[in-house]
Design a binder for this molecule. Structure first.
Ligand code: ME8
Length: 511
């Protein structure tokens, strides 16, 4: 069985989960579910980023210890993911002992390889992004260029990683692997950034200023820079490094069988540089293989302003879920955003997308099941079910290609189009007229069997995005479970008892 390892960012434990976090995590979940459904052995990792100045300050503001705050917030993220149907295999917290040991092993490795040196440093630091920016990046107003927050002038002794040493190798890697960073606009952004000389990376902070972090193995007065700590989570969870083993046997690279390298790191475009520049150069420095792909998606905005805690316009996905259900939130997020581009949340668009589920897919299921009940006593006729064979084949191929190419919005558009086409098939066949026609029996059997078969295929196509509803649909069709993709060809629908049930996506009052 082939394996697939995918990751989301680990979210800062300083704030509540919001729609943006939900988007990336649902995106990962959809891909994970699709891959499992296609027969792969998946490792799906998410978690929380728990060290650094941001957390230290947030905890102090709330009168808690940093770990108390992290325990609380990690719990909030885990609950949110449970409510949104996330099927992660591992939730990592950077305060775990295993992670701490792996970070220390990695730092030691970088040092042994001669890539670390000590120096005095002065620069502009954004606590919001937990990173330094150049004069040019912060501009005359001196704000962090990503979220517009404040930056502070810091001068102190740090240890540095010779990131500059890997610049050429990184550029070559990006040029030789055009699909390594997707979409292409993001890849060009990184290449643009790398057209300038790359500075070395400060990888530590004096403990006197920031105590909340992992100590450097060789200098207890310094803690590891939080991004180096955080990025390493992907390796920790892969099992590539056994921190308990002696240094020579720690299994960097290919010594220890593990899930490393990741097949894809998913993230928002805000943290592309850290993933596409810091992370691969750190891996090169530690002689570890690079992840196979980096996907940076766009930004959810509200109306036309960025969603942000300070603006107070953060959309709470759990609130939407309470009113419309988990499937509706997941569907909206996946269907509405073209992977890679920005998208705007508006209640109107949310309702429009919900209506698709209700009026097209839900309606197809309801009318099909009702007709099987009314005309055939609730048992699917044992007749050829090939009425929509060409449409189905085409839709499935487009869907699979889109999901494998991370164009999920296109894949789900193809799935919804198939449902739309099947509704058209109902109108064209007029089963109600066939039922009245003494000669219409065979044609009616064929029509109903075709519709049930199409719904079974739609259950498989919708399972990654609306898992609960897809399972419900499969049960109503008389199936034991949602079929896997390799099972679809041989699927028999005839003779199965169906249940009509209440609408899968009930109509809602737009108010
Ligand atoms: O950056 N639209 O954590 P974070 C789309 N701890 N996606 C959004 C979004 C929005 N408006 N807002 C947030 C960190 N996201 C670090 C990551 S990884 C080693 C360390 C999503 O809590 C998106 O995935 O600020 C973005 O990259 C991430 O949340 C940032 O989460």
């Amino acid at each position: 069985m082939s394996s697939f390892y995918l990751t989301t960012p680990i979210y800062y434990a300083s704030g509540e989960p919001h729609l943006g976090h939900a988007y990336t995590t649902i995106l990962a979940d959809v891909i994970a579910r699709y891959r499992r459904r296609a027969g792969q052995d998946v490792l799906f990792l998410t978690g929380t980023d728990e060290h650094g100045q941001k957390i230290q300050e947030a905890a102090a503001e709330q009168g808690m210890s940093p770990l108390e705050l992290c325990d609380l917030m990690a719990g909030r993220f885990e609950e949110a993911w449970e409510d949104l149907g996330i099927s992660h295999d591992r939730f990592i917290r950077t305060t775990e002992a295993e992670h701490r040991a792996v970070v220390m092993a990695l730092l030691e490795r970088l040092k042994d390889n001669g890539h670390i040196y000590e120096a005095e440093y002065a620069g502009w630091y954004s606590v919001g992004q937990e990173r330094y920016f150049t004069e040019k990046e912060i501009g005359p107003d001196r704000v962090d260029p990503i979220a517009g927050g404040p930056v502070q002038r810091i001068r102190e002794k740090n240890y540095f990683f010779r990131m500059s040493h890997f610049q050429e190798r990184l550029v070559r890697h990006i040029e030789e692997n055009p699909e390594w960073i997707v979409p292409a606009t993001r890849r060009n952004e990184v290449l643009g950034f790398l057209a300038q000389p790359l500075a070395d990376l400060s990888i530590s902070r004096p403990r006197a200023r920031i105590h909340w972090g992992i100590p450097l193995p060789w200098d207890d007065a310094q803690v590891c820079y939080v991004w180096v700590d955080a990025l390493t989570n992907y390796v920790t969870a892969s099992g590539a490094i056994d921190p308990g083993a002696p240094q020579e046997e720690r299994g960097f690279g290919d010594l220890r069988p593990s899930r490393w390298p990741a097949d894809v790191h998913l993230m928002g475009k805000d943290i592309l540089t850290t993933h596409a520049v810091y992370w691969p150069t750190l891996l090169m420095g530690a002689d570890l293989p690079l992840p196979r792909r980096i996907l940076a998606h766009g930004w959810w905005v509200v109306g036309d302003t960025k969603m942000s805690k300070s603006l107070g316009n953060v959309v709470d996905p759990l609130d939407l879920r309470e009113r419309f259900g988990t499937g509706a939130v997941r569907w909206y997020l996946m269907r509405e955003m073209a992977t890679g581009q920005d998208a705007s949340y508006t209640p109107d668009r949310f309702l429009t997308r919900y209506d698709e589920l209700s009026n097209i897919l839900g309606n197809l299921a309801h009318r099909t099941l009702s007709m099987v009940k009314r005309y055939r006593g609730g048992v699917v006729p044992d007749a050829p079910s090939d009425g929509l064979a060409a449409e189905t084949g085409k839709a499935l191929a487009a869907y699979r290609e889109s999901l494998e190419g991370y164009r999920l919005h296109e894949g789900f558009a193809a799935a919804m189009n198939l449902a739309r086409g099947a509704n058209g098939f109902v109108e064209a066949k007029e089963p109600w007229a066939l039922a009245r026609d003494p000669e219409g029996g065979n044609e009616l059997d064929r029509t109903l069997a075709t519709l049930v078969r199409t719904l079974a295929i739609l259950a498989a196509m919708f399972e990654p995005v609306t898992p609960n509803k897809a399972h419900k649909l499969a049960t109503r069709l008389g199936l034991d479970s949602v079929p896997l993709f390799p099972e679809l060809d041989a699927l028999e629908v005839g003779g199965r008892p169906v249940t009509v049930g209440s609408p899968l996506f009930p109509r809602v009052d737009p108010e």
